[in-house]
Design a protein around this ligand. Structure first.
Ligand SMILES: [Mn+2]
Length: 328
């Protein structure tokens, strides 16, 4: 397990000392990325700091209900700041090409993350692979610093933690994760509303994609591996947008015999985005994604491969199936 190089005290001191702060996360932001970025942004703003929440890609439609999420800024022009805080971002490049360019003049970076593969690219590094979501780290940071905590901040951090733990279901979900949720509820957070908006509110096109998953999923290795090839043709037919695939992989994971599940997504540029999940630490999908230039967590990881999609799937599944076989 990776444990923090620099404790919260150091980060609190750096944050208190800075005036202009950029808070950033990874490309194609998920709930943990947006919730962590906006949770920290709103708290630092309440402290009187000038804070720029910066993301390479827009907030996905299903998370646009989160308060102030429309204030996320896209990378344009050069940004001057005292400090960048990168959240939930396993490598510095993962903030995105344009974001790296606009931040070229900022010297000091805080790197706060829970990906075990994070090499510690910041001036200050707080990487803890023992927590299931970066949102949990942000919550602890705000508490450690005595920073402002409001209902809007709790909404962001709750959604960050909830989405990265599969609604408090994945194995990394610890006692402290539940305690944090309980503290938020005790403070008046409406978790029922947040869960309905996060998990039970979809446009029809998302259900078209689910239908495609159910029609086209493949089981291999006696049902121990489930996969789906999500083509541009399907994306165009469904009118899919960024974020629509979020959570679809859980449908593949549900099959009782399945040990590992993968989605191969054909991107408009022909590259293949791989998302993989494992149910057991014996099959480490972060390792397998690493062989194709990707990474992540042992039970949830991703990579980008060259197309065409059938060949990418064949190459990846060969490695994955060997791994599953080794642990019979
Ligand atoms: Mn995360």
């Amino acid at each position: 397990m990776v444990t923090p190089e620099h404790g919260f005290e150091v980060l609190v001191e750096r944050l208190r000392g800075a005036e202009r702060i950029v808070v950033i996360a990874h490309v194609r932001p998920d709930g943990d990325a947006i919730g962590s970025v906006m949770g920290l942004t709103l708290s630092l703003r309440a402290l009187g700091k000038t804070v720029i929440p910066l993301l390479e890609d827009p907030v996905p439609e299903n998370l646009a209900f989160l308060p102030h999420s429309e204030e996320v800024v896209a990378p344009v022009g050069l940004i001057e700041a005292d400090l960048v805080v990168a959240l939930d971002t396993a490598t510095q490049e993962r903030v995105g090409k344009r974001c790296l360019e606009v931040l070229a003049g900022v010297k000091e970076w805080i790197n706060m993350d829970h990906h075990g593969t994070n090499p510690g690219y910041g001036t200050w590094n707080h990487v803890n692979s023992g927590v299931p979501a970066t949102g949990q780290l942000v919550y602890e940071l705000l508490k450690a610093g005595g920073f402002p905590m409001t209902d809007a901040i709790r909404q962001h951090l709750y959604v960050a933690i909830s989405t990265d733990t599969g609604s408090f279901q994945y194995p990394g979900t610890g006692a402290r994760t539940h305690e944090i949720a309980a503290e938020m509820l005790a403070a008046g957070l409406d978790s029922g509303r947040l869960c309905r908006l996060t998990y039970e509110t979809f446009p029809a096109r998302r259900l078209h994609l689910l239908r495609a998953v159910l029609n086209e999923m493949k089981l291999s290795l006696e049902g121990r591996v489930a996969s789906w090839q999500y083509t541009q043709k399907t994306a165009i037919e469904a009118g899919a947008r960024a974020g629509d695939t979020e959570g679809l992989i859980d449908t593949l994971r549900m099959v009782d015999s399945v040990v590992a599940a993968v989605i191969f997504e054909e991107l408009p540029d022909g590259k293949i985005r791989v998302s993989a999940r494992s149910k057991t630490m014996d099959v480490n999908v972060s390792d397998i994604c690493g062989r194709f230039g990707g990474g992540g967590h042992p039970l949830a990881a991703g990579a980008r491969m060259a197309g065409p999609i059938e060949q990418a799937a064949e190459r990846y599944l060969k490695e994955l199936e060997n791994e599953v076989r080794r642990h019979d």
